[in-house]
Structure formats: C-alpha cells, structure tokens
Design a protein around this ligand. Structure first.
Ligand code: C2O
Ligand code: CU
Ligand code: CU
Length: 485
C-alpha cells in the first residue's frame, strides 16, 4: 500500500466512525425527545386545569370526645371505627373511614393521673386496631398488631395517664393494612393536660386560639373517590393537601397569639411548613410535650408521625391574611380579624426537662434502617409478628443508636418511631441536636447517612413495636418488636 492509499483508507474509516457516532447521537436525541413526550402525556400535565376555587372551605375542627363518666378522676370514652362518605371537593362524596364520624376522629382530651377506659367498636368489615401513638401504657393496651379487633367486635383498653402534657395521636396498627386504613381516614388526636400546661398562660381555647392541624396528602379520582397510589417505590405524593379533612381551607383567627398543634398524618410524605412573608413563629412543644423554652423558627419540618406545637403572634402582623405554606404551595389561608386580644403569652420558660437518668454503663443497641422502594428492613430483618427482636429491662435506661446508611432505590430518610416511650435525642451525627429536638420525642427523622443516638427508658411491661413511620414501609417489613419485662 502506498502512503496515499493508507491515507485514503484511514480517511474512509474516520468518515465511517463519524457517521456511526452521528447516528447514535441522533438516535439518543430521538429516544430522549420521544421519552419526554410520553412522560408529559402520561403525567397529564398537558391537560387544561379547571379553575381551582381559592380557599373555599372553612377549616373543620374535630369535635372533642365526650367523657361519659362524671367522676373527674376517671374517664370513659367510646370510639367506633365506621364507614362514611365525606365531601372534600366540589359536591362529590368520597367513601371514607372514620371514628364516630365519616373521616378522622374526635380529639381525646386526657389529664395526667386520670384513669381511662375506652370502648372501641369495630363496625368495619375487616380487622383493625387502635394504637395510642406516644402514650405510655402496658403492651396489651397499646393497640399494636397483637390487639386486632375483628369486625363487629369490641376492645376495651384501660390505663392511667402517666406522662406530661403533650399532643399525641391514635391510628390503626393492623399487620399489613395500617397504611390504607389511615389513608381512608382512621386517625385522631389525643391531648394530655397536666399541672404545667394548666399553669402556663398559653392560648388554650380549643378551636379558637388553640387549633389542631392534621395535615395529610391525598389524591382523588374523577368520580371523587380517593386515588391511593402505591408503586414499587412507595406511596405517591398526593396532589391535594387536606387539613383536618378540609381541602383548600381557610381559618379565621383573632389578633393575638394563636397556638397550632400540627400533626403530619400523611402516610409517606415529609412536610416543611412556613408562613408567607417570612413570618417567624415560636415552637413550644415537640412530640412528647413542651420544650424547655420556646424556639423561634422560620420553618417547621415534620416527618410522618411527628407533631409540633407552635404559637404565632397575629397582633404583630401587619396584614389581613397570611398563608400557611408547604414549599411554595399555599395550603391554608389564615384571616386575621378583630381587636388585639393578646390575653395569652409565650412565657420565656415552659417546663423543666431533666435528662433521663442513665446508669454507668447503659446497654447500647444498634438499629440499621434500610429500605428498597416500598419495603424495608431493620437490622436486615423484615417484621415477623412471632419473633421478639429485642429483650429490654423494665426501668433501665438504654442508648439506642439509629442509623440510615441509605441503599438501592432509597432517596429519603426514615422517621423512626418507638412505642411506649418519650425518648431524648443525645446526638445527631455526633453533635448536639437542634433546640427543637432537645425535648421529648417518640419519632425521630433519620436522614440518609445520619446516625442519631437516643436515650430511652421503658416504664411499662409488654410487647411493643419500633418502626419506620412511613406507613407503607411499616406495612412492608420495616418494623421490629421488643419485650419489656
Ligand atoms: Cu404511630 Cu407504631 O405508630
Ligand atoms: Cu406508636
Ligand atoms: Cu421509611
């Protein structure tokens, strides 16, 4: 071959490889463009959106459950899990579940020291349970997976309230079906009052300046039925935010301090709340009760299961209305009216928080959280109702180290919840936790790569759960059992 032959040969090969490269490039572009179009079509984003009514509905306030026993030292309550139809959107009726009503349940208001009896009747066609999330009671009163209530049956737990003032909640905890039962409406709040909450001059006029906010994401089908969408990845975020079962709510408040008790009662979604116009608020309580002192905050993160109490001073706001936001989305309009009624205050000190006493050499337990899409494990194990994972001594303080190393198909952190205790967070990734996490908690968010250390102590015997509070994770293995004795 001559020199020029070789050149020609090389040139031919170069042109050929350029052609191949070009073809591949064009193919990639075509596939990407086509994929994009398919995705847009599938997402329905090209559809014209109907006019959305702006803050059409007054915020529903759940009723307070009536104590049927006149004796002030004892309380007797009745709860009935039942079917209902609820109007959320337009004039449509959505088939739902509720306690003593069509959707959600009443607020159960308890006082520290009082003896409580609750009659739980199951009017549904399937088994359910009621778990008192955050309440410190014996194992057989806890309402976990072992206390199933068959259709038509009644369950009668009893206990004495043995903990500080707090905002807790109740919801089903039946093996494998907690997520859908909660999605359809089974959840409600528990308030505990004590001598500290009685003494503090905080807003406490229920539904007026002490307002519960049960926040949930939901999706609806065109016929008004819930569209509960789960996939291999977990539960899809709903496109509608309900507060106390109200879509597109507004609430009227008076000028002055207003307290909101906020519960993230969604199945799978984290929420970060803000007020419009960068308005600050004071966080006064976390899951287990008051913080030592109010913490001034500009936003509030709550993972599923977590609660917080905040106070907003509407007398200090120079506007007729303020929006509660999730990111940039307005989820509630707050209308401010009337005279400055600041009869309450946010005291500089709320309560005294003592460290849970620890022995010299407290037992340390590790909990590794790992999820893969909708399912997950703790310490590599899927939940088994017939297996006790941890044996714990009554009244002995332990250190629980909870780790989330991430994993395949995992993008989020996990809210780790422990039954029958209000624990203290010793550290988050080796550092002291932020002020709002220095009170008592029963659910702690553990982000990817995070390690939290908890100081826990169990004062009641029985079999209890610890689990991820993303309900689809809980239903699909991310739960374990411990026995306190
Ligand atoms: Cu909110 Cu095991 O529960
Ligand atoms: Cu719980
Ligand atoms: Cu999880």
């Amino acid at each position: 071959m001559t020199q020029s032959d070789q050149d020609r040969e090389r040139h031919k090969m170069n042109t050929a490889s350029t052609k191949i490269k070009l073809t591949i490039l064009v193919l990639i572009v075509v596939v990407l463009a086509f994929g994009g179009i398919v995705l847009i079509l599938l997402s329905g984003r090209w559809l014209p959106r109907g006019p959305i009514a702006k803050n059409a509905n007054e915020l529903k306030i759940p009723p307070l459950l009536e104590d049927l026993n006149p004796d002030p030292e004892t309380a007797e309550y009745e709860l009935e899990a039942q079917y209902g139809r609820t109007n959320f959107i337009g004039s449509q009726q959505t088939p739902t579940f509720g306690y003593n009503g069509s959707y959600l349940g009443p607020v159960i208001r308890l006082t520290k020291g009082e003896a409580v009896k609750i009659r739980v009747r199951n009017q549904l066609d399937f088994a359910t349970t009621i778990h008192w999330h955050g309440l410190v009671v014996d194992g057989d009163q806890d309402g976990g997976p072992h206390q199933g209530v068959a259709p038509g049956e009644t369950w009668e737990p009893g206990f004495t309230v043995d903990q500080s003032a707090a905002t807790l909640w109740y919801h089903p905890h039946i093996m494998g079906n907690t997520a859908d039962q909660v999605y359809y409406g089974l959840a409600g709040l528990i308030y505990i009052d004590d001598e500290v909450s009685a003494k503090l001059n905080l807003p406490k006029d229920y539904g007026v300046n002490d307002i519960p906010l049960i926040v949930q994401d939901r999706s609806f089908k065109s016929n008004g039925h819930f569209d509960y969408r789960i996939s291999m990845m977990g539960a899809e975020a709903g496109d509608t935010i309900l507060i106390n079962g109200t879509s597109d709510p507004y609430v009227n408040v008076q000028k002055g301090n207003v307290r909101f008790r906020i519960l993230n009662a969604s199945n799978f979604q984290n929420f970060e709340f803000k007020l419009s116009n960068l308005i600050d608020f004071q966080q006064i309580a976390s899951d287990g009760g008051f913080l030592a002192a109010p913490v001034t905050r500009g936003s509030l993160f709550l993972a599923p299961g977590e609660r917080a109490e905040v106070v907003v001073d509407f007398a200090a706001i120079n506007s007729e209305s303020v929006s509660l936001l999730l990111g940039r989305q307005e989820i509630m309009q707050i209308n401010i009216a009337g005279e400055d009624q600041n009869l309450s205050e946010v005291p500089e000190a709320l309560t005294r928080i003592k460290a849970i006493p620890e022995g010299d050499d407290p037992p340390i337990r590790m909990f590794n959280l790992e999820s893969m899409g909708i399912s997950g494990t703790i310490n590599g194990k899927y939940y088994d109702m017939d297996r006790i994972d941890e044996e714990v001594n009554l009244n002995e303080t332990e250190i629980w180290v909870v780790r989330n190393n991430g994993g395949m198909m995992q993008t989020n952190g996990h809210p780790f919840h422990v039954h029958v205790t209000q624990f203290q967070i010793i550290s988050r990734n080796g550092k002291a936790p932020p002020l709002q996490e220095q009170g008592f908690k029963d659910t702690v968010y553990v982000g990817v790569g995070d390690e939290v250390r908890l100081r826990v102590r169990f004062t009641h015997p029985g079999i209890f759960m610890y689990h991820c509070h993303m309900l689809e994770h809980e239903d699909n293995g991310m739960m374990g059992q411990f026995r306190v004795s």
